[in-house]
Design a protein around this ligand. Structure first.
Ligand code: NDP
Ligand code: OXD
Length: 313
């Protein structure tokens, strides 16, 4: 019998580690790397992708499942021809989750303790001691209380922050005040000194980090965006920074990636930039979960971490 075939397609993920991981997790599958070209599309059973070219997945008639190489699936669903009858799965992985929580804890503490001021002082050879705001006087608000938002909240809790989260549905997480739906967004923002965005990018959340949102935060609030560039209106953030309403920001994701060298964000003294590395899927554990999903599909069961394309996450 012919081997099942898996196409791996990503402009950013190095394929070597994924090939090795799939050789261990699914040795019976033929793993091949595509850079957009697709020989014998009628032979492809599985697709493991990051930002696949529009129309490519629709041209695979035997496709049984699409696996996003990330937790987010906006990069797949942006394709107007995405074959919606094919199951779409995302990454839910302990390494990806703990990596994101490390990033969030690092940057929340950085803004609470005004690390940006230390960086500026060092650049100016200026010895300028100051007392940071106490953690228990700092209100952290997380947009999105899903896999990543909830774990980040749990890992921030021991530091003593006053924690809240905003989600579509109400949560019942000890020590985290839950705000749900658009009607409660204003109250959530009004009590937030450090805002962390961990939302999926959907039609509802596109551009949510905008001038109106910033205006509802207390003066001097900080903003951390580790979700998607499409959540942020970059010009609105720059204006809020320059007006002193937002005191500082950490950005991992951008409307255009890589962030163009001409972007004023690179040179802004109150902006900390990381190159979309807040967290990543680890091939070793993720390939095992994907292989498990393939086995489930062969048995007629639902795969793991299935996405609802209608909701967009
Ligand atoms: P989940 O699907 O587990 O959680 C999403 C959360 O957002 C849920 O709490 C959901 O609410 C909430 N939400 C969705 N839409 C709305 C809305 N319209 N209004 C209010 N709340 C909403 O996702 P993850 O936590 O796994 O991942 C979140 C995102 O993080 C990913 O989609 C990806 O874009 C980004 N990411 C970025 C990485 C990076 O390196 N920068 C790495 C990994 C992920 P409810 O629970 O009620 O459904
Ligand atoms: C993801 C990402 O969605 O890395 O997992 O951005």
């Amino acid at each position: 019998m012919a081997k099942e075939r898996l196409v791996f397609l990503s402009p950013v993920d190095p394929p070597g580690a994924w090939r090795a991981a799939f050789e261990r997790a699914a040795p019976d599958i033929d793993f091949f790397v595509s850079r957009g070209e697709m020989a014998s599309p009628e032979t492809i059973d599985w697709a493991v992708v990051w930002r696949p070219p529009a129309g490519l997945l629709a041209g695979l008639p035997r496709l049984r499942c699409v696996f996003s190489l990330g937790a987010g699936v906006d990069h797949v669903l942006i394709d107007p021809d995405f074959p919606r009858h094919v199951p779409l799965c995302r990454v839910v992985d302990p390494y990806l989750t703990s990596g994101m929580s490390e990033y969030v804890v690092l940057h929340v503490i950085g803004h609470q303790r005004n690390l940006l001021r230390n960086i500026a002082d060092q650049a100016a050879s200026r010895w300028s001691p100051f007392l940071p705001r106490q953690a228990d006087e700092t209100r952290v608000g997380i947009l999105g209380l899903g896999e990543l938002g909830l774990d980040a909240a749990r890992k921030l809790r021991p530091f003593g922050y006053s924690l809240a989260g905003w989600s579509a549905s109400r949560k019942n997480e000890p020590g985290v005040e839950s705000f749900a739906g658009r009607a409660e967004l204003g109250a959530f923002l009004a009590r937030t000194d450090i805002l962390v965005c961990l939302l999926p990018l959907t039609a509802d959340t596109q551009g949510i980090l905008n001038a109106g949102t910033f205006a509802q935060l207390p003066r001097g609030a900080a903003v951390i965006n580790a979700a998607r560039g499409g959540h942020l209106v970059e010009a609105d953030l720059l204006a809020a920074l320059d007006a002193g309403h937002i005191s500082g920001t950490t950005l991992d994701v951008f409307e255009t990636e890589p962030l163009p060298a001409t972007s004023p964000l690179w040179r802004h003294p109150r902006v900390l930039i990381t190159p979309h590395i807040a967290s990543m899927a680890d091939p070793r554990t993720t390939a095992v979960a994907m292989a498990d999903s393939m086995a489930r599909i062969r048995r007629g069961e639902a795969p793991l971490h299935l996405v609802d394309p209608a909701k967009g996450y």
